[in-house]
Structure formats: C-alpha cells, structure tokens
Design a binder for this molecule. Structure first.
Ligand code: SF4
Length: 244
C-alpha cells in the first residue's frame, strides 16, 4: 500500500486519480488511521451506498473494525430491514437512536432541531460510549453544494479525528466499487433514490445535485442533518475546518 500525503488539493484529486487509484488511496487512509487509533477508530454507517462502500473498505483493512448506525423513528421500512440484516451480519455494528418525545411534525416546522435531537445527539452518544478518537464517514465532496469544503482528514472537534476516505469519489465510482465487490445495498436505490434519509424528508430527485431530494420545501433543501457540521464532543471547543 502506498504512503500518501494528506492536505493535497481535493478538487484536483477528484479529477486526476482514476478509480483504482482512488480505491488504493482510500484503503491507505483507513489503514494508516487504524494503525494510529486501533479500536478507537469507528465507522459511522448511515446504511446508504457511500457508507456501504466505506464499511466494505474498512473490513478489508481489518475485520475487527467496529461501526455504529444512527437510526430514527422516521427511517423508511426498507432501511430498517436493511439495518437488521447488516447488524445480523456484522454484530460489531452498534445501533443508536434517541426516543425522546418531540413535537409533532417537527421535521416540517424546525427540521434543524429535529435532526439535532434525532441524529446529532445519538452520534454524540455513540462517540462517547464507543470511546471513539477517529470516526470514519462516507462523505463525498462531489455529492452536493454543502459538501465541497471538507478534507480527507480533519479535526473539527478538538481530539476527535474525522476521516473521509472516499471524499474524492464520484457517485458512479461508488456504484462501480459496490458492483465489482458485490456489496449488498439499501433496496431503496432500486426505486430511484440517490440519497437516503428519513421518509418525511427524502424524495426521489434527478439532476446534478445528488442530495437535491433531501428536505425539499424547507430551508434545509439539499443540505445537511448536522452530524458533519455540528460539534460532536461535549464540552470541547470546535476546531473549525482545521486540517492535520
Ligand atoms: S431527516 Fe427529517 S425526520 Fe429525520 S431527523 Fe432530520 S428533520 Fe427529522
């Protein structure tokens, strides 16, 4: 496996590396981080295609690598079923959710607050309970307007490294990887979805922006649930956009 430099121009890598080079780079990023953090490296698995690719890559680096899934009461039935299958197959995947009472239709009146309660809080809990020092995500910079400003390795929360090993992959390269490795994916993709979330906030959409079907009709349209933008470690300052 090649030694890689981080901190290079992400947009340039998206354009210049071919599929095989991107796969090798992603494996190298995970491998180096796993050597550094061991079991404190944990994969966040959203049960979407990008997470499925990252989970498969991580398992190639070490079958020991653990993961967590954050689910909500509003996840589609297909996603819940896929989650059950994945957890049965990989018992090292832990599931977190927040079942506290929230106002009815909060996803319409205040989707930021809804996501904060149902998604960001359980991610914080997972990071704390699993003693995570490096979390690995399926974030990609070609995915939408809100995802162009990330780095492959970041420290947005002080003391918590965030690794985005497929940041430079195109959507088609994710599908290429999943097909070539015969990885099972969430069945909702067969219906035409390109980006998956909770059922009230996710529609089938076409066009250049892969996340255009998320939060349609709200000021959050095509945006973020907050796990990539909000502080995740309690009582610690946020290290904005820093890169190490
Ligand atoms: S995606 Fe929608 S339903 Fe799910 S937590 Fe966010 S606002 Fe609530």
């Amino acid at each position: 496996m090649v030694t890689q430099k981080v901190g290079v121009n992400v947009a340039e890598l998206v354009e210049t590396l071919n599929f095989a080079e991107k796969v090798e780079r992603s494996l190298g990023l995970i491998e180096r981080a796993y050597k550094e953090f061991g079991d404190a490296l944990v994969v966040a698995n959203s049960l979407g295609k990008d997470s499925s690719a990252v989970w498969h890559l991580a398992k190639r680096v070490s079958p020991r690598i653990r993961g967590f899934i954050v689910t909500t009461r509003f996840k589609p039935a297909e996603t819940k079923l896929f989650m059950k299958e994945e957890v049965a197959r990989y018992p090292e995947l832990r599931v977190f959710s927040n079942e506290e009472e929230i106002p009815e239709r909060l996803y319409e009146t205040d989707p930021d607050r809804c996501c904060d309660i149902l998604k960001v809080k359980p991610v914080r809990q997972a990071i704390q309970e699993m003693n995570v020092r490096c979390w690995v995500t399926g974030l990609r910079c070609t995915e939408g307007r809100t995802r162009t400003d990330f780095k492959e390795r970041e420290e947005r929360d002080v003391g918590l490294i965030k690794l985005n090993p497929i940041l430079i992959w195109y959507e088609r390269e994710v599908w290429q990887y999943l097909a070539m490795n015969r990885v099972d994916v969430n069945p909702l993709y067969a219906q035409g979805y390109r980006s998956l979330g909770c059922w009230p906030c996710t529609k089938i959409a076409q066009g250049a922006d892969e996340r255009a079907g998320r939060w349609i009709g709200t000021n959050k349209c095509g945006g973020e649930c907050g796990i990539h933008t909000r502080p995740l470690v309690a009582n610690r300052p946020v290290c904005e956009k820093s890169q190490i």
